[in-house]
Design a protein around this ligand. Sequence first.
Ligand code: BGC
Length: 309
Amino acid sequence: MEYAIGIDLGGTSIKYALVDEAGNSFFEGKLPSFASVSAAEVMARLVEAASIVKHEAGRRNRNIRGIGLGTPGIVDESNRIVLGGAENIVGWENIDVASVLEEALKLPVVVGNDANLMGLGETKFGAGRGCSHVVFLTVGTGIGGAVIIDGKLFGGYANRGTELGHVPLIATGERCACGAVGCLEHYASTAALVRRFSTLAEERGLEFDAEIDGELIIRLYREAFPLAVDCMNEHFYYLGRGVAGFINIFSPQRVVIGGGVAEAGSFYVEKIKEVAGGHVIMDCALNTQIVAAELGNRAGLIGAASLIL
Ligand code: BGC
């Protein structure tokens, strides 16, 4: 059996594991990414993560073919350099991350967009298994996506990928972190949900005994707490419209939705289906299933490792 080190770099943490050809993961762990400190700090943490896995694999005589890394932002066509577009990592622009990791670990490295690789992982080993046409959406701090066409990850011209979170949904909307106006991400990400809930809670003088995050809002939604219900319905409204757009464009067999809140329960995709159903062209609506992701936060590193295996 051959193995690769899979790494998923996020704004909060770096997730890592050793992954085999069948998509199984071992020695999983995570480190803080220090994304708000500097690119050098993030780079050092990436080297540390890869070294931990390499060391474990060495102890157990597992043969490592290389390292696959998923990162937010746009990666160049050689799958080595992060060009930019990762707004939540300080200075993460024009970084030859593959060369630095290769030099430090003495293993070949392939780099890709995090969400693209999560979509690849879900298609090969998760909720998109058996499908040739899949649209994947991850709903977290940002919104990222992947499009699989004829069984292959669609990379666009020069590997620019598919930035599904930056579809301009609201013509006269607020400015997104990317600089454009009205992006899906700015309205439908978990960060947007938390922002909206916090603002309204403050206006209404509401206080909570836990930190306001996606988990708390989902819990309150389940308890039918009115503010949580309103904010979640708005969240579903934006996501459902975005998903309908992707269905109309790509006619996928399945839309797979991942990310912390998205995997909270089957109600989440059901709500998105309700909204999307009203906006898709009939044939597409009949053919497309909207389902929750299955690999949880391992999707990215499994997809990244699969680039090597
Ligand atoms: C970035 C994408 C990334 C997504 C998920 C977005 O803000 O623009 O490149 O895939 O977040 O991390």
